[in-house]
Design a protein around this ligand. Structure first.
Ligand code: 1Q0
Length: 215
């Protein structure tokens, strides 16, 4: 059916969303950024309920940003650049410890930004993997190099357990719904530079404003 077809996950479409994130002068559109995450969450959910503690947190963060975009100050939430400027100029960010702005756009997006680094590292491993590579190992390595550094022990433990039940590389490639393994590898080769660029631009912006450790 048409409905089922629309629901079918295609990783190419999701990664294309990240392509549309960048404006001509290299600003990052929040709307497209979170659309990308929505697609990834859909993929994660299709892998089984063991991952729902992860997707729930992602959905929660996406919703916080959607509320800002649709709120009365929505125009300031068009790009990450405009959000950072607006929230900082108006004292809407808890900079050192959580206080009256525990769910600022800046700190919320930072969590997704860190997860984007995990995605970049994981997809790069997937791209260069061989038939007998283990997705759980690739995923854990990518996690340890990125997100894990920001997570407390209990979250790292839960994540590690979830990685162990990830399906194998063949199933993974199948669910991606992109085509043959060769086509998957080619698609990842196209998509990764763009994800990496979005990551770098955000990283630079947050670093300039000293926002990389927001509580
Ligand atoms: C495929 C396996 C996916 C594994 C995703 C790795 C991320 C593990 C993260 C586990 C932690 C989630 C629990 C909540 C943590 C929060 O404490 C933390 C900090 O927030 P806060 O408010 O407490 O300061 N939250 C986060 O760090 C945000 C985590 C967001 C994770 C978003 C993951 C979205 C899904 C990705 C699936 C992509 C798979 C694409 C692969 C395609 C190739 C086939």
């Amino acid at each position: 059916s048409v409905a089922a077809e629309e629901q079918k996950f295609c990783l190419r479409e999701v990664l294309d969303t990240f392509k549309s994130c960048l404006s001509e002068n290299k600003e990052v559109y929040i709307e497209h950024y979170i659309a990308g995450w929505r697609g990834l969450v859909r993929f994660l959910n299709s892998l089984g309920s063991v991952f729902s503690f992860i997707s729930k947190d992602a959905v929660n963060k996406i919703q916080i940003l959607v509320n800002y975009i649709n709120g009365e100050n929505g125009s300031h939430y068009a790009t990450i650049q405009s959000m950072v400027k607006y929230e900082l100029e108006n004292g809407l960010v808890d900079l050192n410890k959580r206080g009256s702005h525990p769910e600022s756009g800046c700190r919320t997006l930072l969590r997704l930004h860190r997860a984007l680094r995990w995605l970049e590292l994981f997809l790069e491993r997937l791209r260069t993997s061989t038939e007998d590579s283990k997705t759980s190992v690739m995923c854990a390595e990518a996690y340890n190099e990125s997100l894990a550094q920001h997570h407390p022990w209990v979250v790292r433990k839960a994540a590690g357990m979830a990685f162990c039940v990830l399906p194998g590389r063949p199933t993974f490639f199948e669910v991606m719904n992109v085509g043959t393994p060769e086509q998957v590898v080619a698609m990842l080769g196209d998509a990764l530079p763009l994800i990496s660029e979005v990551y770098q631009i955000t990283e630079e912006l947050y670093s300039q404003h000293n926002l990389l450790q927001l509580p």
